[in-house]
Write a protein that binds this ligand. Structure first.
Ligand SMILES: [Mn+2]
Length: 357
């Protein structure tokens, strides 16, 4: 069995290339992956606040909208949606000298920002850095810290800020920075329940609370934020879950019709996947969502030593051992058929590998 190396913290010198880039840069754009989550958003807000305090010019520009339950982060720092039709937005992006990508390690995850960033990077106009914790990073950044042991990108940014403090000899944490980082770590650890919630992560959480993060309020804002329509979707989705293959697989498909009928939105599907793994026999959970543009979004969760990121990678996606996702560029009928066949084979192979190990 492969035991992941959890709980490691980076040494100050391992942060040096990133810190050098942060200190030299003047105009920053911070961004995160498409369909952003608490980890990406919290990490970029925390880093933006710190860089601003150092006198830098910093914008947060994301490829997709901030989900409603994270909008409260905007009172800590403004977050803009990238408009690839606006000359002004493109100008701003190409005039910055450092882009920091948080919580993603694949170029495609930058969505509509990527063509502009890559052009400016190619002509030597800007440098690109990434801080992330997913498996299998692509090689497209000038500097990258991608550490899979970390529970969250927020955990890494927390270490980065400490290293930066040490280098500069001044306090950089504020209650606002603590709040943003707490959002990042809490959401990516499933409220400190997932396997990467190491003693270090609990210490970090305590440290952030002592620095001013209000744990109860943050939880309430993020998780008790459903619309009545999202509750209706949850009801419809729970009744549509199928358990297959002697309880090994749980499977759910959400169609556009189901979203329309309940008046819910794509991001309302995010809270559903956790229920798919709540049956103890389930090894792999699959949630497929039909998107408006005809593509099909697939999310995978697994229990134990099953690397669902490998399954996602086969279709151009990625992620973590126990949580991953991808986008099928075709109809959900076809996607479901292709995936179910592959999934059964994949599960068989993973079980064989586990027995041999
Ligand atoms: Mn993350």
């Amino acid at each position: 069995m492969i035991v992941p190396e959890y709980g490691r913290t980076l040494k100050a010198e391992e942060w040096s290339p990133v810190i050098d880039m942060l200190l030299v840069g003047q105009h920053f754009v911070l961004t995160t992956h498409e369909n952003s989550d608490g980890d990406g958003l919290g990490s970029e807000v925390a880093l933006a606040l710190v860089l601003k305090a150092l006198g830098k010019e910093v914008s947060i520009v994301n490829p997709t909208e901030v989900p409603p339950n994270y909008l409260f982060l905007k009172r800590l720092y403004p977050m803009a949606l990238f408009d690839n039709k606006s000359e002004e937005a493109i100008q701003e992006l190409s005039l910055c000298d450092v882009v920091v990508l948080l919580d993603a390690n694949l170029r495609d995850r930058m969505g509509s920002l990527w063509p502009h960033v890559s052009f400016s990077q190619e002509i030597g106009r800007l440098k690109l850095a990434s801080v992330d914790h997913h498996l299998d990073p692509d090689d497209f950044c000038d500097v990258m810290v991608c550490e899979n042991y970390a529970s969250s990108t927020g955990e890494l940014v927390y270490g980065l800020i400490y290293a930066l403090q040490e280098r500069l000899g001044r306090e950089l944490f504020t209650p606002e920075v603590a709040e943003a980082l707490y959002v990042a770590v809490m959401t990516d650890t499933g409220s400190f329940r997932f396997p990467k919630s190491t003693p270090y992560v609990y210490q970090l959480a305590g440290d952030l609370v002592s620095k001013g993060a209000d744990a109860a309020e943050i939880y309430d804002r993020i998780y008790n934020s459903l619309t009545p329509n999202a509750l209706k979707l949850l009801g419809a989705a729970l009744s549509a879950i199928t358990i297959l293959d002697n309880g090994n697989i749980s499977w759910l498909f959400i169609s556009q019709d189901m979203l329309k009928l309940t008046g819910s939105k794509l991001f309302d599907t995010d809270l559903i996947i956790r229920y798919l793994l709540s049956v103890p026999s389930v090894r792999i959970a699959v949630l497929m969502v039909e998107m408006q543009d005809g593509r099909t979004k697939a999310s995978f969760r697994s229990r134990g030593n099953i690397y669902v990121n490998q399954l996602a990678k086969k279709y151009g996606g990625g992620g973590h051992m126990n949580a991953a996702g991808c986008l099928f560029p075709f109809s959900s009928d076809k996607a479901q058929k292709v995936l179910l066949e592959d999934l059964r084979l994949f599960l068989q192979e993973s079980q064989q590998v586990n027995i041999i190990r």
